[in-house]
Design a protein around this ligand. Structure first.
Ligand SMILES: [Zn+2]
Length: 348
């Protein structure tokens, strides 16, 4: 997972809203001109319709003010700024955002309305991460900052890293979708196999009644299900991956709607292939190698999952590449690929 840096508040979303929102209850109606101050200082409640349920009505009556404007229109304006700041990839899982770009509220707006229009509480998320997190961890207003993960303030990238694993699932369990890992796979070994065409990585077909994503076929050996799973190095990371977003779910053959694990495994395979190609042009001209490196840069942009590329190329590079190629990849990863990567908090 990338540690991020964000510019300070490029647009004042709260002030945009402040022009429109009218509040009233025990006090006269008014136009809010400074929403930050208002949200933080007043006892208030939001309802999005004049028709209220009994419970909403009772909540409204306990408060000084209530707000009837639909505030989502105003945080929606941040989407463009988030994409410019953090690139077109999910701030949590790194998957490219192709269609549904969700404005992610780190502290959920249902419990922390004062953070609803606050730039520092926004990230950009894919549908899978945004849906899984919803208003978790669901201790309601008792949740503290430490219960969430803050990629732009506290995340160090060594905290959440990845490994390619072989796993086995004897049956599809609807309640527990954590892969049952049996083996972690060695990159140098795999690249060697790819190089001799002794290995094939392919999608499994519908007919095979086992929960899986991708299958690794090594000639003269048993086929294995493979997936890129997380290595976690502290509690904050564990909360993020297992509790908040359930990022280590495998997608069973019958339901591949959660794309995160399968897409990051594809990215890992692309990175292995890139490493293999770099090794095979080792003795050619600089121009050929440079052209290949440029091509790898383009592939990286297309697949997303920056941290996956870093894991494969940087962790395994020194033993398999010459110094120039390794330095170029490191510089590329650090400098040019994805907006918002905080270079000061990388492990390499
Ligand atoms: Zn995501």
């Amino acid at each position: 997972m990338r540690p991020l840096s964000k510019n300070q508040n490029p647009t004042t979303y709260a002030e945009l809203a402040g022009t429109y929102v009218v509040t009233m209850n025990k006090y006269p109606s008014m136009i809010i001109t400074n929403m930050y101050t208002f949200f933080n200082s007043r006892n208030w409640y939001t309802v999005q319709s004049q028709k209220r349920t009994k419970a909403e009505q009772s909540d409204v009556e306990k408060k000084d003010y209530f707000v009837t404007e639909k505030l989502s229109a105003f945080y929606g304006y941040s989407r463009y700024d988030l994409i410019v700041n953090l690139d077109e990839v999910c701030s949590y899982c790194g998957m490219p955002i192709r269609d549904d770009a969700h404005v992610e509220h780190i502290k959920p707006k249902s419990y922390f309305p004062a953070f609803m229009l606050l730039w520092n509480n926004f990230l950009i998320a894919c549908r899978d991460c945004n849906d899984r997190k919803s208003n978790k961890p669901s201790g309601g207003t008792n949740d503290t900052d430490a219960d969430y993960i803050w990629p732009h303030t506290t995340l160090e990238d060594y905290m959440i890293r990845y490994t390619l694993s072989a796993f086995h699932q004897s049956k599809i369990d609807k309640n527990d979708k954590t892969p049952n890992v049996i083996d972690s796979l060695d990159t140098v070994f795999l690249v060697g196999l790819i190089n001799t065409d002794a290995v094939e990585i392919k999608l499994i077909s519908h007919g095979e009644r086992e929960a899986t994503l991708l299958r690794l076929d090594i000639y003269d050996d048993k086929p294995r299900n493979i997936a890129v799973t997380f290595q976690l190095f502290n509690t904050e990371a564990g909360n993020a991956v297992t509790k908040l977003f359930k990022m280590d779910r495998y997608a069973a053959y019958s339901d591949v709607s959660d794309r995160r694990m399968i897409e990051r495994t594809h990215a890992w395979v692309q990175a292995l292939d890139a490493l293999n190609n770099l090794i095979s042009v080792k003795n050619t001209t600089n121009a050929v190698r440079q052209a290949l490196l440029d091509q790898i840069g383009d592939t990286m942009r297309a697949t997303g999952f920056w941290s996956i590329w870093a894991e494969v190329l940087i962790a395994e590079g020194p033993s398999m590449l010459n110094q120039n190629e390794y330095d170029w990849l490191k510089a590329y990863l650090k400098g040019n690929s994805f907006a918002g990567t905080d270079l000061t908090r990388l492990y390499f």
